[in-house]
Each structure stands twice: as C-alpha cells, then as structure tokens.
Write a protein that binds this ligand. Structure first.
Ligand code: HEM
Length: 134
C-alpha cells in the first residue's frame, strides 16, 4: 500500500465482484464461466465501506483546504464543509486528528451528526494492539 493510497477491500471469494482491469469498471458485466451464465452484476468499486485509511494518512490532511477528520472510526473529508461550518474555523482544531471527543464534547445537534454522512470517505484502519499477540 502506498503512503497516500487507501486500502480497498474487495470480497475476494465472490467471482462476480472481482475488480477488473477495465479502466471504467462501474456497470461492467461479468461472464461467470463457472456456470456458463452471463450475469449483469455490477463490479464492486471502492466505496467508503471498503476503503480504509491509517491514522498516518489522515494526519496529512490537516488544513482548511484539505481537511480530514476521524470521528468514531469513520474518516471524513470535510474540506467542502469548512466554509459552511456554523461554529467557524474552530473546526480546524480537529484537522487531521481523531476528533471523536472534540466533536462529541461540543454537544453537536442530531443535525450535525446527520451531516457527517455526506463527507464519509472511509474507515480508520486500526492495527491490533501488539500486546494482544503475546
Ligand atoms: C471536531 C471539530 C469541530 C469543532 C471543534 C466544532 C465546534 C463547533 C462549535 C464550537 C460550535 C458552536 C457554535 C456556536 O454555538 O456558535 C459548532 C456548531 C456546529 N457544528 Fe461544529 N465543530 C466541529 C466539527 C463539526 C462537524 C464535522 C460538523 C458536521 C459535519 C459540524 C457541524 C456543526 C453544526 C451543524 C453546528 C451548529 C450547531 C449544531 O447544530 O450542533 N461541526 N461546532
């Protein structure tokens, strides 16, 4: 995995949803040779649900023009929201960080929680605690 590339998890056991070499791989069809049936199942592309970022990657997006944040293990790209934040530029306190506590401690409204969805780009890739392996 490159330093700035997300890790995308595909469902490798399902032949119908393998990533293809097709440059435009949305809405492609798959000829499933296992049972001679041509299906029209769309090939899976990266979505926020199968895209993972490390905290090191998140940390690099730490300014108003490139503003990522982790809240409850979700990674958000809030760059387009910076100018719209009702609380103003204080949002930068959470830039490039795990801001779960900061976001919740303000007592944001349910509306604020709902707004998060549209900025979701992935999940936080958390490594297991090394002490657990002993
Ligand atoms: C962790 C970084 C953030 C900090 C420090 C922060 C801080 C604040 C503060 C201090 C206010 C109160 C403004 C006032 O009452 O005058 C506020 C309001 C608000 N913030 Fe944030 N904010 C953060 C992230 C976010 C995010 C990620 C969203 C949504 C995508 C958001 C949405 C809102 C909304 C909608 C309000 C208006 C009041 C409400 O509905 O809760 N904020 N914020």
């Amino acid at each position: 995995m490159g330093d700035t590339e997300p890790l995308v998890i595909y469902h490798l056991n399902d032949p119908a949803i393998q990533p293809s070499n097709n440059s435009n791989n949305t809405n492609s069809s798959v000829n499933n040779n296992n049972n001679n049936v041509t299906s029209n199942i769309p090939i899976t592309t990266s979505t926020p649900e199968n895209t993972f970022y490390t905290m090191d990657q998140v940390k690099k997006h730490n300014k108003a023009t490139d503003l990522w944040m982790v809240i409850q293990s979700n990674v958000y790209d809030l760059t387009p929201f910076f100018d719209q934040h009702p609380g103003g530029s204080i949002i930068l306190e959470g830039a490039g960080k795990d801001s779960t506590y900061l976001f919740e401690d303000i007592g944001h409204s349910d509306d604020a929680y709902d707004m998060l969805d549209q900025y979701l780009i992935g999940k936080l890739l958390q490594s297991p605690n090394i002490r657990d392996s002993f």
